[in-house]
Write a protein that binds this ligand. Structure first.
Ligand SMILES: *[C@@H]1O[C@H](CO)[C@@H](O)[C@H](O)[C@H]1NC(C)=O
Ligand SMILES: *[C@@H]1O[C@H](CO)[C@@H](O)[C@H](O)[C@H]1NC(C)=O
Ligand SMILES: *[C@@H]1O[C@H](CO)[C@@H](O)[C@H](O)[C@H]1NC(C)=O
Ligand SMILES: *[C@@H]1O[C@H](CO)[C@@H](O)[C@H](O)[C@H]1NC(C)=O
Ligand SMILES: *[C@@H]1O[C@H](CO)[C@@H](O)[C@H](O)[C@H]1NC(C)=O
Length: 235
């Protein structure tokens, strides 16, 4: 099945708002010293990664936004295959809301964004472990002197999602449990030690008080018991 996360769907709304801010409110000085707007912005959302099980079908999200508008916007998706960038697909968007003809260069890839609300997301069918890695969503708007813009989305392919989560939960639970057990053990030991010490002190006091009187009588009654008894202040 197709796996989308709730966060994936939600984050696009807030990110388009933040890109609106960065593009239309904050201006950055260009190299010529003239203040110019950041016209184009590529966005893969607030959470730029996805963990998915091998064999599943995932969406790599990307949207663009521009306050000055686009004309013949060139875009592509690239996959970072061990350092070399491989083009996944590419196209030129004539204008907003016009569905482009996308040239797909990688197997199991489908262009699902359709430029609907600036959506240039792609779908990756039946992912394998080789599909894991970094995907760059790249855009260039001729309206702004062919400046490059891009955003990176990371796909993590795992064997089984739940096993990973469970081990982590168990690890955390056992770690917390262990810490509590250790703390309780420590407190018990401390109390026990204090108890023993207080008892010993009591005994010592008793011994000190009674030693002068009892020592001699006990010595006389039973020789074996006298050896184990503490005999302070004898030397
Ligand atoms: C995922 O990979 C594992 C190990 O290579 C394999 O046994 C399993 O069948 C794969 N799952 C799917 C859905 O392709
Ligand atoms: C990736 O690069 C490393 C080091 O250059 C190499 O050992 C490895 O075989 C490469 N992997 C693939 C899938 O090309
Ligand atoms: C994905 O896998 C299913 C089942 O194995 C197959 O029917 C389908 O054609 C595959 N899709 C693509 C795009 O490879
Ligand atoms: C982009 O299009 C895909 C496929 O129709 C959809 O699932 C996704 O929610 C869209 N993203 C946005 C930000 O509209
Ligand atoms: C923009 O990207 C292209 C490759 O797509 C590259 O040839 C060009 O030098 C880049 N331009 C800038 C200003 O980085």
């Amino acid at each position: 099945g197709v796996s989308f996360t709730g966060a994936q769907l939600r984050r696009n709304e807030s990110s388009s708002f933040s890109s609106f801010l960065s593009c239309c409110v904050f201006y950055s000085p260009s190299s010529s010293g003239v203040w110019s707007a950041q016209a184009l912005e590529m966005s893969v959302g607030k959470i730029p990664f996805l963990q998915a099980v091998n064999g599943s079908t995932v969406m790599l999200p990307c949207t663009y936004s521009s306050c000055i508008g686009i004309k013949n916007l060139y875009f592509n998706w690239q996959f970072n295959d061990n350092g070399t960038m491989q083009k996944v697909c590419e196209s030129t968007i004539a204008s907003e809301e016009v569905e482009p003809n996308v040239n797909v260069l990688r197997e199991r890839v489908e262009f699902v964004g359709k430029n609907h609300h600036n959506n240039i997301s792609i779908l990756l069918w039946n992912i394998t472990f080789e599909d894991g890695g970094q995907y760059t969503c790249f855009g260039r708007n001729p309206k702004e002197k062919d400046k490059n813009h891009s955003a990176i989305f990371t796909l993590i392919v795992v064997d089984e999602l739940r096993v990973v989560d469970n081990t982590l939960t168990i690890m955390i639970a056992s770690a917390v449990g262990g810490a509590i057990a250790l703390l309780m053990g420590f407190m018990l030991l401390k109390n026990f030690t204090l108890f023993v010490i207080s008892k010993l002190e009591e005994k010592n006091k008793e011994c000190l008080v009674t030693s002068s009187g009892i020592d001699n009588t006990e010595n006389g009654l039973s020789g074996s018991k006298a050896d184990s008894k503490p005999t302070p202040k004898k030397k």
